[in-house]
Design a protein around this ligand. Structure first.
Ligand SMILES: NC(=O)c1ccc[n+]([C@@H]2O[C@H](COP(=O)([O-])OP(=O)(O)OC[C@H]3O[C@@H](n4cnc5c(N)ncnc54)[C@H](O)[C@@H]3O)[C@@H](O)[C@H]2O)c1
Length: 263
């Protein structure tokens, strides 16, 4: 059991629609490795659904509803976790929202919301978990970024891409500040992943027909298919575990060869 007795907090731990979002698969995977999981989501129902899956398998999960862009909600969440389970060992910040368009397509409010949910949240969350980790001289912080943070993805996904690039550098900065303190920080760069959310956000950039859009996304990938949430969850489990004890300040790309193709 790679994460026996560790308290692992996953943000965006639900799915926007039925099926397996990345945070939901990561949460279940961490629990299967022995972790006590805190499933945090802006949707209480989505968080509860993940917790119910974990509990049905005999694992432990606390479901918490919080908007990670709200600093008060984040510190209240951390307090609640400490009161119930003592301390936080692993934070996996997985929330990510987007709004397709360039500066003349989206509004400043859209831009600010994406920044606030994807990047300001990292500031609030790391402030909330680092004191515990420093005290323990042990901890792991992971974030889910995207190939959009390092490449142009074929359509103007400006706010999303800029925040996903910022995520990578934020985590690298944290990693170097804490490298001598037993705290490892890494980013997972996910490629084109077949989650329920793509139907709501990016699919229509390819086609109005969802199956055609999924096939078009799959064709871009050298391996000929999109990844699924478990591909990301397995990479995340490795990075969260002690097997990755000498890995910090870097990125693990999970993309079926996509970024190697357009290096
Ligand atoms: N699906 C892909 O192709 C893909 C590719 C690369 C990276 N990613 C990244 O992976 C992560 C998860 O993606 P997914 O496709 O599984 O998404 P998803 O939308 O299914 O899951 C994200 C969850 O985050 C929750 N959420 C949204 N705003 C929140 C907020 N302010 N506070 C707390 N929770 C909030 C949603 O309710 C949802 O349950 C995101 O960071 C996304 O950018 C996804």
């Amino acid at each position: 059991m790679k994460l026996e007795n560790r308290v692992v907090v996953v943000t965006g731990a639900g799915s926007v629609a039925p099926g397996w979002g990345i945070g939901k698969a990561c949460s279940v995977n961490y629990a299967r490795a022995g972790a006590r999981v805190v499933a945090v989501d802006i949707s209480a129902e989505a968080a509860r659904e993940t917790a119910a899956i974990i509990e049905s398998e005999g694992g432990q999960c606390m479901a918490l509803a919080a908007d990670v862009s709200d600093p008060h909600a984040v510190s209240a969440m951390a307090e609640e976790i400490r009161a119930a389970w003592g301390s936080i060992d692993v934070l996996h910040h997985n929330v990510g929202i987007g709004k397709v368009g360039g500066p003349t397509d989206i509004t400043f409010d859209d831009w600010q919301r994406v920044q606030s949910v994807n990047v300001d949240s990292l500031f609030h969350l790391s402030r909330a978990v680092l004191p515990d980790m420093r005290r323990q001289n042990r901890g792991v912080i992971l974030a889910t970024s995207s190939v959009a943070g390092i490449r142009y993805v074929g359509y103007p996904h400006l706010a999303y891409s800029v925040t996903k690039a910022a995520t990578i550098h934020f985590i690298k900065m944290l990693a170097l500040e804490h490298a001598g303190l037993g705290i490892r920080c890494n980013t997972i760069i996910a490629g084109l992943i077949d989650t329920p959310r793509i139907a709501q956000t990016v699919a229509k950039q390819f086609s109005d027909d969802l199956d055609a859009a999924r096939a078009a996304r799959a064709r871009q990938v050298p391996m000929g298919k999109m990844g699924d949430a478990w591909d990301v969850a397995n990479a995340a489990l490795f990075l969260a575990s002690d097997e990755a004890r000498y890995i910090t300040g870097t990125e693990l790309v999970v993309d079926g060869g996509l970024t190697a193709k357009y290096a």
